[in-house]
Ligand binder design. Structure first.
Ligand code: HEM
Length: 126
């Protein structure tokens, strides 16, 4: 059961990074005027937010199993997922209102938060 949860958490984390990288490309490739998310942007944005949320939920379940409660890195994960949600909402809103630089910055922040969480959780240094 525990191994299945770790596999799910790992798979969701990889999925979230891939969706988010794709989202960054979409935002950076968007024109400098207000745009709707469209047929590609909408599923990619939704996929990125949902897979990150699901990685967070499976992470909390792993934490609830008790083995990692004395370590700090899972709580950094909680902070990363929270920051990701805020940056995600910001990137989508900015894209819709044509503020491309702001949207691009927020999307890159999303990707960096995930990459940092990923590296931290593989290493489990604290
Ligand atoms: C609420 C947020 C999160 C919590 C509480 C959390 C918690 C955990 C815990 C407790 C482990 C250790 C599992 C084990 O080896 O028994 C773990 C592993 C891991 N987490 Fe998270 N996590 C969270 C979010 C994330 C995010 C956002 C990512 C990356 C996008 C991520 C990527 C990983 C990876 C790559 C591992 C290593 C899995 C392995 O050893 O195969 N986690 N996480």
């Amino acid at each position: 059961m525990h191994d299945t949860l770790i596999d799910a958490h790992h798979g969701l984390a990889v999925t979230a990074v891939l969706f988010t990288a794709f989202w960054v490309l979409i935002v950076l490739g968007a024109p400098r005027r207000p745009v709707r998310l469209g047929r590609l942007g909408r599923p990619v944005f939704t996929g990125a937010m949902m897979s990150t949320g699901a990685a967070g939920i499976t992470g909390l379940l792993l934490l609830a199993s008790g083995k990692w409660l004395t370590m700090a890195f899972p709580w950094v994960g909680v902070a990363a997922v929270t920051g990701y949600g805020m940056a995600g909402a910001h990137s989508r809103r900015s894209l819709r209102s044509g503020q491309k630089a702001s949207a691009g910055f927020a999307a890159v922040v999303q990707l960096l938060l995930l990459a940092a969480a990923f590296a931290l959780m593989e290493a489990k240094p604290f």
